[in-house]
Each structure stands twice: as C-alpha cells, then as structure tokens.
Design a protein around this ligand. Structure first.
Ligand code: FPP
Length: 224
C-alpha cells in the first residue's frame, strides 16, 4: 500500500453550489468552509502530515470586489475563531503565495503562522494569492542570483514548498479537469482525482474512497 503524507485540494464549485441551492455565490463559499473543517478532521484521523488547500489564486482578483471582500472576511473570521483550537491540536499553518491583503489580514496571517510554527501533527498550507508560474519565476531568479547550479534539488530550495514533500494526491472538485496554475512543479508525479461534486457537497465518504483508491494504485515514478 502506498504511504500517504500529503493531500492537496483545489476546492472548486462553491459559487455554482451557492447559486443552485441558496441563490448566492457567497453562500457557497460559506458552505465550502464547512467542508474545509470536515477535511481537516479527516486528515488528522488518517494521520496525513500535510494538507494544502488552494483558497485564492493570483487570478481570483478578477472576481467582483464584493465576492473578494466576502472571501477574505470569511478567512479573517475563520482565523480569529479557530487559530487557538488549531494550535491546541498541534496543527501548523503555513501560507503559500504572497501576502498582499489588508493590513488586518496580513497581520492575522503572520500571527497565525508564528503562533503555530512549532506544531507538528499536521501542517496546513493555505495557498492564498498563489500562482505556480510566479513561484517558479521567483525560484529561477533566486537560483540564478546564487552560485548554485540549476538542478532539481537546488530549485526545490527556492520554492515556497521547500521542505514539504510533493503531494501524493491532488483532488479537484467541481467537475473541471485542469490544474489552474496550482503547484505545477510539485504535482509532477501526483495521483490526480477529478471529482464531479461541487466542493460544498464533497463528503467524508468521498475523501475515504479517494484515499482507498490511492493506496491501492501502483505508483511507478517512471519505472515499470
Ligand atoms: C472556488 O470555487 C473556490 C474559491 C475560489 C475559494 C475557496 C474558499 C473556500 C473553500 C472557503 C474559505 C476557505 C478558507 C480556508 C477560509 P468557485 O467560486 O470558483 O466556484 P465556481 O467554479 O462554481 O464559480
């Protein structure tokens, strides 16, 4: 059976779910947060070390201001209400992407990362204002300024995911089959699961099914 250390998720479909069931895209984001909480619990139960969630891409700034405001407000409240609990549960929070938000949210993110930095049961990487192409460009710039040779091992050191193993599983909900500029380097050998369900409808049972299928998959990494 394959070991499972890292699950990454593109949580797609909040907007469609919200419009379909509550006549509001934002209601979909709120419901999506409940799925996030369920997934955190399941990740701990399954003794997975890393959970990476794509919460906001560099392209998401093109959305209406009202929706962006709602999403960041949701995140602020989540951190205010949950960071102590995450800390008590030995969970570390790390932000991937560049923190270019309101000063209140930037401070809250810094505080949350610092407060949980020594924790070791589960690391949650929250990708916020994250784009993989930009991450790679920045890594190449840094490596070319250094005296290091350009090779895989050295490049990894300049990625934001330095010291984090590559994802074993990527789940994308929402019935869309694309990577949307998420962890393009890190996903080179990841097992990918595209799910029809919208993120707020994604259940514990779906997660368990994916884990079971992954564990029984033959991973070749280029070998036969
Ligand atoms: C994609 O669905 C989802 C997002 C851009 C935001 C994800 C946010 C959450 C799950 C809630 C907040 C999370 C945290 C960690 C506080 P979409 O809006 O693109 O859906 P659509 O494809 O149906 O439009």
């Amino acid at each position: 059976m394959n070991p499972l250390k890292h699950v990454a998720i593109i949580m797609d479909g909040n907007g469609r779910w919200g419009l379909k069931y509550k006549n509001s895209r934002n209601a979909g984001h709120k419901a999506g947060l409940d799925t996030v909480e369920m997934i955190i619990k399941e990740t701990i139960k399954n003794k997975i070390d890393y959970l990476t969630l794509f919460a906001f891409s560099t392209e998401n700034w093109k959305r209406p201001k009202k929706e962006i405001y709602y999403l960041f407000n949701l995140l602020e409240n989540f951190l205010i209400n949950k960071i102590e609990e995450l800390d008590r549960n030995n969970i570390k929070l790390k932000i991937l992407g560049s923190k270019k938000f309101s000063s209140k949210l930037n401070e809250l993110l810094d505080y949350s990362e610092k407060k949980t930095s020594k924790n070791s049961k589960l690391q949650i990487n929250l990708a916020l204002n994250y784009g993989s192409k930009l991450e790679l460009i920045n890594a190449f710039k840094k490596i070319s300024k250094s005296k290091n040779k350009i090779n895989e091992k050295n490049l990894q050191k300049y990625l934001q995911t330095k010291n984090i193993p590559d994802p074993d599983i990527l789940i994308r909900t929402g019935n869309t089959k694309r990577l949307s500029n998420f962890l393009l380097w890190q996903l080179a050998y990841t097992e990918i699961f595209f799910e029809k369900k919208l993120w707020p409808a994604f259940t514990e049972k779906d997660f368990k099914r994916i884990i079971k299928e992954y564990k029984n998959t033959k991973r070749n990494f280029g070998k036969i």
